[in-house]
Structures are given as C-alpha cells and as structure tokens.
Design a protein around this ligand. Sequence first.
Ligand code: PLP
Length: 437
Amino acid sequence: MIKWPFLPKDAGLDIVKTEGAYLYTRQGQKILDAASGAIVNNIGYGREEVAEAIKEAALNNTYVLPPFLTPEREELLDELRNHWLPPHLTRVHLSSGGSEANESAVKLAIQYQASRGKPEKNLILTRTLSYHGTTLNMSGISGHAARKRGLESYVPAPITVETPYPLRCPLGSFHPEAKDYYLNNLKEVIERYGANHIAALLMEPINGSSGGAIYPPEGYWEEAQKILLDNDILLIADEVMTGFGRTGVDFSCNFYNLKPDILVAGKGMAGGYAAISGTYSTDEIAESILKAGFEVMFHTFAALPQSCAASSSVLKILRRENLCERVNPLGDQLKQKLISELGQHPLVAEIRGKGLLIGVEIVKEKEGLVSFDEKEKITNKIVGKGLENGVFFYPGGTGEYRDIICLGPAFIINDDDIDLMVSSLKKSLDHIKAKYL
Ligand SMILES: Cc1ncc(COP(=O)(O)O)c(C=O)c1O
C-alpha cells in the first residue's frame, strides 16, 4: 500500500483531477476547493493557455543557468515591473517557493547592512503569530509553535514583536488603545535589543493562515513603518500568501501605504501552475551588496524558463480577465454571507479578512474566548466534515492559537460556490456543536 506521508491524517484525499475551482477524487467525489490548495490558485485550475506556455518554454529553453537571461525571464520581468511591483522595487530575485524567497530576503537584509559597514546590525525581528516557511531558519523565526515542535533545540529562537490581534488584544477585544499597545511593544523590543543590532522586521501585513487573515488596528502599520525608519531598520513584507491580488489589492502593503524595502511573494505568482517565488528589493540594496562584492547565490531551479512562462501567463490572465477586480465584490459577498449565517453561531468568535482571504475563528466559549483543547483537533475535524460535505477548507492557526478555518478560493468562483462554502461550513460547525459542546 502506498504511504504518502505529507497529508494531514484526518484529511487524506486521492485527487485525480483539478478543474476550475474543483477537485475530483478517485472515488468520484467533486470537492469545491475553498482554499485553492494552500491559498495558491487564483485563475482556476486546468487552463490550457498556461499549459501551452509551459510546454513552449520547456521546448525552447529547457534549463538555463539562473543568472543568464532568456526571453521567458525577460517577459516575466517586464510583466512584474510594468504591472505589479511597487515602482521602488526594481530588483528581482527568483526562487521556487515562499520559504526560499524569505530566506533570500533575510540574507539580502543582513548582507545589505554588512555592505554598509554595519555587520553587527544582524538581528531579524519577527512576530509572535506568523509563518514564513519551513526551512530551519524560517521554522525558527516564524511564530508558529506547531510547525517547530521537536526542532526547538536546534532552530534559532525568534526575537519577536507582538502581532496585533484585535480580537485577542491583552487590553480587551477591539480595545480602543490596541494600536498604541502594540506600537509600544514594537518600540520596547527595538530598545531592548538596540536599533544598531537590528537589520530588519520580517512581517506579514495581513496574516496568512497562521492567524487566519488577522489585520492590525487602523494606523498601526503606518506608525510602525515610521518607527522602523527612524531606527534605520528595514521592512521586509512577506506577501507569499497575500500577494498578487488575493486581498483585493495587488499587495496588501497597499492598504497601509507601506513601502517595504524588500517584498516577498510566491503562491499566486503562478497560481500553482509552477513553483516560483520572488524577492523584490530596491536598487540601493542590490547595488550596495554588489559593490561590497558579496555573493547572492542562486538555487539550481530558480527562474526555470518553464516557471517564468507559467507566471507570466497567469499574471497576464489575471489582468486580461480583470480577475483581481472580482476579488473585493466576491470577498464581500462571501464574508457577508458567512456573517449572516454563522456570525451568531455559538462556536464562532470572529469572521474576518480582506478580499478572498477570510478567517473564521472557532472557540469553545465565546465569553472569554476559550479555545477547545488542542488534543480535540477541532480544526481537523471541521476540515474533515467539510470534505464530507463537498468543500475543502484550509486549516489555520499555529497550535498555540488554534481552530481557525481559512477560506481563500480562486477568483473565478460564482454565487453557487459561495452558497456551498457557507452551507458546508455551517454543517461542520453544527456537527462540532452537537458532538463537542
Ligand atoms: C506568509 C507565508 N510565508 C511563507 C510561506 C512559505 O511558503 P512555501 O510553502 O512556498 O515555502 C507561506 C506558506 O504558506 C506563507 O503563507
């Protein structure tokens, strides 16, 4: 019997086909993918045009060393620079996934500081609730307890600032002084370690699945950016999950007028058609590192022509079909329906998110926001029940913060899909309520 080890035990599936926003199992079940895999797909599965672009690139330039230019790479650079990237982020470093791209971002930040004659400015701040990837370093510095269990003795300990979490702010839920509370924490951490020792803050402007689309109180990011600037600390925005239109804007930094020094994106960059991610930085950072003579090594499979072609094709489809313009209306519709059908459900603490990145936080008791015991594995049970009812939801949370259901479907869903997501989630929650409350 085949043992395929990387599937969550309660949600093992055998998928024989993906099409549009749907998965098809070997047993003949049709499942709506409310999570577009791991919040990856945006244009829908099975697009001939993208497959053709990949085929053409594979025939034309099967493998070319990453630092060399090819027409596929040039086309992607043009697409990114002319239509997607903030104008100040002119330098593109490609890799295969979000973890690699975040590693590159951290390396660039540290090399940049060293290139300016500040090698002691080498600490990376991260946030208490966050996910930046699965390499050893990213596992260590992410605020995701569950994904580093058994590794704690080896991976680097993170230096964290508190992730603004309005629902669970220590001052009280949605407390009017929450913004200042979290800004003070940022200032304190900088003071504790010394700005002259801190290279950068690595953060998700809106949390991905770690927090289930948590975003901070109004004004937080704008003021946090100022604090970082005043302290000569770089801002690295991890938009691996939120990038390329997922939250209703090109990058979620745009919500807050953030001007990151380095921006990281993956997932939606090729919608799952190829493994590609990008670390985007400024001329100043790149020139300083190059001038110092530091090497910026590539991964063997970085910028594969096939992956670049897939990405260009996906990004062009997003633009040609105005798919990003669908994200806000669809996201509002989905969120409103979730709120009207589930907002008063005894297990639902909050329904939040932007665009088509939505989190539903589940609690055992609303009063005091009491979570279910971790051993109950409520998230897995909800995801499992969802599958029985024809929908795949993405399990969010970090173990420590748990029972967060994420929705992040492709941008092509319709009214019926929205109804199905909401009714399936309601059935799952009613089941949990009947069995575990
Ligand atoms: C915000 C964020 N950063 C980084 C990663 C890691 O990306 P990958 O799994 O492609 O290495 C993820 C993956 O879920 C993510 O959501």
